[in-house]
Design a protein around this ligand. Structure first.
Ligand code: AMP
Ligand code: MG
Length: 356
């Protein structure tokens, strides 16, 4: 069926950002063209949520609106950081089983994550944090934990045990939330909302690799979003989008090589407590909502190719592009006409996933 394979190569380790840099953010504005012109592009960059973000928006109100976006994202980070002792999530995680009152947005995001955990049969598991810690992904001191340590940590995991009532979250003592799989998606949706409220109708936001498009380019054409080759970091293809988010999950984003020579990625299979190792290299989800894309890209990566295909057929409302470790590419039928391979990848076979 296929006549080309991606070449697994030296995946470059994502540069690990020191926790000292967490919580700080820097907003830089740049503009081009004539002030006030609908074609004028404004760009803001910031470091937040442990990642670099770059936002470009067009038109007279774009500059002000982007500053509001930066402020809002810094605010959300302040609520959700798992490592910052001042955050709401930190307080929930260290409450010894007591209820902790949280803001409306934290309640909304945790409720969403729990609903998606249920919907994905626990593939998305917002209480995976203690297991992630055992593997050192939260401190960048990576190690392969012993089997009994993983089992002990797994005993604390379970989205079913999280209680949300009257604006307060209660965890079992020892359980911990991690919104790392959904927070950037929510932040992207918030950014789009703020831009729209300010009358901006054209923007492309890179929320640490999560791409969020508002409208089209100012000339009316679709935005062209690059899909990364998970093995080399090159651009495998282009997805043309308008008013959509494009979010990718994969082990290549953050991983370490164990003493046994094996590659261990940052997305954990909650069924085993081990990093996902199911033959998928990356999952990209495309839909109108950033937080849905973010939740699903992580969950579908955990599910693996066949379960992901079944899930897509049954749930609908999104499209996806899957790249396997053996170099095959699968694209759902809803996005196939907006996707094209690039450069040296042009002759690859694209397997189209259909509703049947
Ligand atoms: P993403 O890049 O959106 O796929 O999210 C990956 C991040 O979510 C990881 O760095 C962890 O913080 C967290 N995580 C890892 N495994 C899971 C999982 N099975 N469910 C929910 N969050 C996870
Ligand atoms: Mg995610």
């Amino acid at each position: 069926m296929k006549n080309w394979r991606l070449r697994p190569g030296q995946g470059r380790m994502r540069s690990i950002l020191l926790s000292a840099a967490c919580g700080t953010f820097l907003c830089l504005t740049a503009c081009s063209g004539q002030r006030g012109d609908e074609m004028t592009a404004y760009t803001e960059s910031l470091f937040a949520m442990d990642t670099y973000m770059t936002f470009t928006a067009y038109g007279a109100n774009a500059e002000d609106a982007l500053k509001q976006v930066c402020d809002r994202i810094a605010e959300l980070e302040g609520l959700w950081s798992a490592t910052d002792a001042g955050s709401e999530i930190y307080q929930v995680n260290h409450s010894g089983g007591q209820p902790v009152a949280v803001s409306g947005e934290t309640e909304e995001l945790v409720s969403f994550a729990l609903a998606m955990a249920e919907e994905t049969d626990g593939a998305l598991e917002p209480t995976i944090y203690p297991v992630l810690t055992a593997w050192g992904f939260t401190t960048d001191e990576n190690r392969v934990p012993a089997g009994n340590e993983i089992a002990e940590r797994l005993a604390t995991v379970g989205y079913e045990e999280v209680n949300i009532e009257s604006g307060a979250i209660t965890l079992e003592a020892g359980a911990m939330l991690d919104l790392g799989a959904v927070g950037k998606g929510y932040a992207g949706d918030e950014a789009v909302r703020i831009l729209k409220d300010n009358g901006v109708s054209s923007a492309l936001l890179d929320v640490g690799g999560n791409i969020q498009a508002l409208g089209t380019k100012p000339d009316g054409s679709r935005w062209r979003v690059g899909l990364k080759d998970p093995f080399s970091g090159g651009v495998l293809g282009v997805i043309r989008v308008a008013d959509e988010a494009v979010v990718t999950s994969g082990s290549y984003e953050r991983y370490f090589i164990g003493g046994d020579g094996k590659k261990y990625g940052h997305i954990i299979d909650p069924a085993t407590g081990y990093p996902v190792d199911n033959g998928l290299a990356s999952v990209t989800v495309i839909s109108g909502e950033g937080k849905l894309c973010d939740a699903l890209s992580t969950a579908l990566f955990v599910m693996g190719l066949e379960r992901a295909e079944d899930y897509w057929r049954q749930r609908q409302g999104f499209d996806m592009i899957l790249v396997t470790e053996d170099g095959n590419i699968y694209v759902t039928e809803g996005i196939k006409d907006q996707f094209s391979l690039q450069g040296e990848y042009r002759d690859m076979t694209v397997n189209v996933v259909e509703f049947e």
